[in-house]
Design a protein around this ligand. Structure first.
Ligand code: TRP
Ligand code: SF4
Length: 330
C-alpha cells in the first residue's frame, strides 16, 4: 500500500462520452490521477437499475466506455481501472449498508424523485433503483477514500454516502472516513442548442464522433441570439458557442474573438470555423489513441482484467476489516 490520498469514482456505461463529461468530470480525474491513488470503475450494476429490461446493451457499452477513458489519458499504470460487477465485494457491502439505511433517507433523495419524473416511460418502481445510492455508497466506502470527483448532479448521493458512513461508524465504531466531493470549477458546458448537454437531447458532441459529423453540428450551433446580422455587435458572454472557445481555443485567439465579436468585425460563421479547427486539434489525438484499442481487443480486455484483479485484491482486504467491525468474520 502507498500513502497517497485515495480517490474513487465511477461512471455508468450507458453511451459514448461527450464533451460535457470531459470538461465536467474527466479533467478532474486526469488531474487527480497525477498525485492520488485512484480507483475508477465502470458502474455496470448501476446501469442495470434503469436498463434492467435490456442488460445486453450495458455489456456492449462497457468496452466503449473503457476506450473513451483510455483515449483521454486515464492510465492503467497509474490508476486502478475496473468493472464494478467483477468485484463482488461491492455487492456484499451494498447489502450490509442496506441493513442500516433508513428508507426515508432514500425516499427523500432529490435525484431519486427527479429521475423517476424524467423517465416516466420506464418502470423504476424497483427495490434496486431505490437503493441506487446505497450501492454507490458501497462503491465508495469499500476503498476508504478521502475524496470522490463527481458532477454536481451526484452531490445528493455523496451526502447520503457520508450519512451512511456516519451511521455505520456510530453503530459499529470508527470505520469509514467521510469522503468529500471534488467538483470541477468550470461552468457547465451547455449543449449545441443551449440546453443542458445530454445525449438524449441530441445536442452533444461525443469524444469518439467522426470529425465530418461534428463540422456541420458546429456550423448550426446557436450563438448570441440578439445578433441577427453580421453588422450587429455581439456579446460572447451571452453566446452559447463562446464557452467552447474558452475551453478549446488558445487564450490570445479568445481575446481577439471577444473584441471582434463586440465590434462586429467577425461574423459568427468565421468564429465557428475557428472553433472547428480547435475542436479538431483537441479530438484528433484522442481519436487516434482510441483507434489503437479499436484495433486490439485483447489489449483492451487485458487492461480491464488487470484492473479488476487489483481492485479485487484491495476490496477483499477491506471487506474483511468491515466484516470484523460487524462481528461477521466467521
Ligand atoms: N451515480 C454515478 C453517475 O451516474 C455513477 C457512480 C456509481 C459513481 N457509483 C459511483 C460515481 C461511486 C462516484 C462514486 O454518474
Ligand atoms: Fe458568438 Fe462568435 Fe458569433 Fe460572437 S462571433 S456571437 S462569440 S459565435
Amino acid at each position: 500500500m502507498n500513502n497517497l490520498p485515495r480517490i474513487v469514482s465511477g461512471m455508468r456505461p450507458t453511451g459514448p462520452l461527450h464533451l460535457g463529461h470531459f470538461f465536467g468530470v474527466l479533467v478532474n480525474w486526469l488531474e487527480l490521477q497525477k498525485n492520488n491513488e485512484c480507483f475508477f470503475f465502470i458502474a455496470d450494476w448501476h446501469a442495470l437499475t434503469s436498463e434492467y429490461t435490456n442488460p445486453h446493451r450495458i455489456k456492449d457499452f462497457v468496452p466503449e466506455l473503457l476506450k473513451d477513458w483510455l483515449a483521454i489519458g486515464l492510465d492503467p499504470e497509474k490508476s486502478i481501472i475496473f468493472q464494478q460487477s467483477q468485484v463482488k465485494a461491492h455487492a456484499e457491502l451494498h447489502m450490509l449498508l442496506s441493513m442500516l439505511t433508513p428508507l426515508t433517507w432514500l425516499e427523500r433523495n432529490p435525484t431519486y424523485k427527479e429521475i423517476r419524473q424524467e423517465l416516466v416511460q420506464k418502470d423504476l418502481n424497483t427495490y434496486g433503483f431505490l437503493g441506487y445510492p446505497v450501492l454507490m455508497s458501497a462503491d465508495i466506502l469499500l476503498y476508504f477514500p478521502s475524496a470522490v470527483p463527481v458532477g454536481q448532479d451526484q452531490l445528493p448521493h455523496l451526502e447520503l454516502t457520508r450519512e451512511i458512513a456516519r451511521r455505520f461508524n456510530y453503530i459499529n465504531g470508527d470505520t469509514f472516513p467521510e469522503p468529500k466531493a471534488v467538483l470541477t470549477n468550470d461552468a457547465k458546458l451547455l449543449g449545441l442548442d443551449g440546453r443542458k448537454m445530454s445525449k438524449s437531447y441530441g445536442n452533444s458532441i461525443a469524444l469518439s464522433e467522426p470529425l465530418d459529423a461534428i463540422r456541420p453540428k458546429i456550423m448550426s450551433m446557436l450563438t448570441d441570439t440578439n445578433r441577427t446580422r453580421k453588422t450587429d455587435a455581439g456579446d460572447p458572454h451571452i453566446c452559447n458557442l463562446y464557452p467552447y472557445h474558452e475551453l478549446l481555443t488558445d487564450k490570445n485567439t479568445c481575446a481577439e474573438i471577444v473584441d471582434s465579436c463586440k465590434n462586429a468585425s467577425i461574423g459568427c460563421v468565421d468564429c465557428k470555423k475557428i472553433l472547428i479547427n480547435s475542436m479538431e486539434a483537441f479530438l484528433a489525438p484522442i481519436q487516434e489513441k482510441r483507434a489503437v484499442f479499436d484495433a486490439d481487443k485483447d489489449l483492451l480486455l487485458n487492461i480491464l482484467h488487470e484492473g479488476n484483479a487489483k481492485a479485487n485484491k484491495r476490496a477483499e482486504e477491506n471487506i474483511i476489516l468491515i466484516r470484523e467491525k460487524l462481528s461477521f468474520n466467521f
